[in-house]
Design a protein around this ligand. Sequence first.
Ligand SMILES: [Zn+2]
Length: 305
Amino acid sequence: MRRLAPIELLLAALCLWAGWYHTPAGALVRTAGAWIFRTHSTARPLLAYYGAGVYQPHAAPPPLLTAPVPPAQALGYGAWATAEHLGTPAALSARIKALAARLDGVDEAAMLALFCGEEPARYALTRAQDEDGSPRLEDLARALPPRSADCIAQASQALAQAGAYALAWPLPESIRITSPFGMREHPVLGIRRLHAGVDLGTAVGTPVRATAAGVVRRASSDGVNGRILVLDHGRGVTTMYCHNDELLVQDGEHVRRGQVISYSGNTGRSSGPHLHYQLDLGGQAVDPLRYRAGHPRISSAGAAD
Ligand SMILES: [Zn+2]
């Protein structure tokens, strides 16, 4: 038997290493090994990649609304939903308005001041304005030290929730909800999973309206969502409209609040004509009805996805 050349040994070692660290089988073996020997494993990210699509429901839904949200108080409601102990939505709204008046009318800076203090917010605003005319929270946050990470995260959450409170509705409110947000038996697949939006049972061809001004991030079609639109409203707020019959806007287009953006339909994986409307805050799906008081919650059998 001839001896293995060093280069062959090296290649064999390389194959073993690649198999161990860069294949799903290797990841499974490492996970099993870590489980048996109770040791830490770095296999999780790879396994998560191959088993993608595991949704976690939102950790802390906002408090229940007792009255409709006046549009002018949306920022106050966003702060209240993030830190209820700070005060009532009306009181917080007044505080944010006063802060904004002292911070060049920049709402982002006012929200930052509420959670991180007025001095840091003013400093961040001065720094950010040197670079750009209209600072976003990300621009302001860059000027603050790492220890501010927690209060910046709260300000960002409050702004996103304020955006959610300010949203309009994509269809007339009289159109019934045929499947609400939450865990459910999937109407087509028959398995239990999170329904990440609300289904509104409506005839094909019903005009669908943008729930806030924004930019079209996606206008396309696939086998699951059918003809789909994704709007980016800024501050971490996006809305999604699925199963449309016809899209009226294109990728990158700016839309106004209330603008007709599509005609509803029955495309993709759907059990009948309806609109799947979804609200994401910071990339996480939330129940849009938690941000609307007194919305008719008529939920019964009907078209869903
Ligand atoms: Zn749906």
